[in-house]
Design a binder for this molecule. Sequence first.
Ligand code: GAF
Length: 391
Amino acid sequence: MNDILIQNTTNFFCEKFGNEPQKIVLSPGRINIIGEHVDYNDGYVLPAAIDKVICFAFEKNNTKKSKIFAIDLNEEFEVDLTQPILLSDVVWTNYILGVIKQLQDNGFAFEGFNCVFSSNIPVGSGLSSSAALECGTLFGIKELFDLTISKVDIALLGQKAEHWVGINCGIMDQFSSVHGIEDKVIKLDCKTLEFEYHNANFSDYALVLFDSNVKHSLFTSEYNTRREECEKGLSIIKNHFPEIKSFRDCTENQLLSIQDKMDKTVFKRVHYVVKEIARVTQACEALDNGNITVLGQLLFDTHDGLSNEYEVSCAELDMLVDTAKKEDVIIGSRLMGGGFGGCTINLIKKGYENEVKNKFSSLYLDIFGIELKFYDVKIGNGTSLYKPNTK
Ligand code: GAF
């Protein structure tokens, strides 16, 4: 499915710079089966890379300046690598500037390059197009200038670039973009960065994303606030239970026993986090055992927590999940990613996908006047070099 994207990106590069690119890089978006808002809380997550990617074409230009062109936006910017790297007003450029700054600050030596890129990852849908942009740029620079950077370090540098842009995100998105393997989900321990692959076999059920087509502007500020609320909650837990080092060590009963020591909002946030961390392990076991009904129920439970306790949902996402609960052929559904818009992830009995899509489209249009979009998920490989004639 990415052949046309690769061809167009390569052709564009040739026309713009008059040469064939030296490196072509594909960098994917991600889904997350379960484990939401727990990556920055030392929890476990169960994401996977998808087959939707950003395609980059790169060459060295033997100067100290880099030229980067976003084909889909028809926008270009130039960065002087000898000058301090500062935030710009153009959002997408900041992810690339952030990556360049992280590489420089960490002592990696590289020179000017030309780059064009184009994407088929929907933007603003919670599929982590920004992580794909960061990791693809990092990977391209590493390959062009023979830098020694491990996959884990690419993910960590990408995460730092995102912090520099203003979102105090966890490691899940960059890690899964870099480490994806076709048809596998990644169980990642966000505390130690140890990880293992599990088969993405959902038996008689298909994974389908419903894109609410909304992105509420609260996202960044609320995201950063949630993180602070969790930090407050954890420090109160530690005061009462010195043996607890992170949320994973805390049982729900321990938390309930000190409920009156926290303000109500902080309690709700950490109550969600403690339960969600436990759900990831249960979900992974259910997946391994082919117990998709159990997995589906855990997705519904996660959504309840995200909506009522973590409070990162919105009317559109709640409507999609509430409607899904009433459908016998949907056995699990929840908002996916940071929240306040983007997609829900759904487990739909195979054979019923079209019926469900038609029904949800017209209901959603009636209620919100917005077109619902659908993505049938295929789990793909992580950030990598594209080599023509291989696949
Ligand atoms: C966003 C962040 F970037 C991730 O780190 C993660 O916290 C996610 O929201 C919520 O699980 O995608």
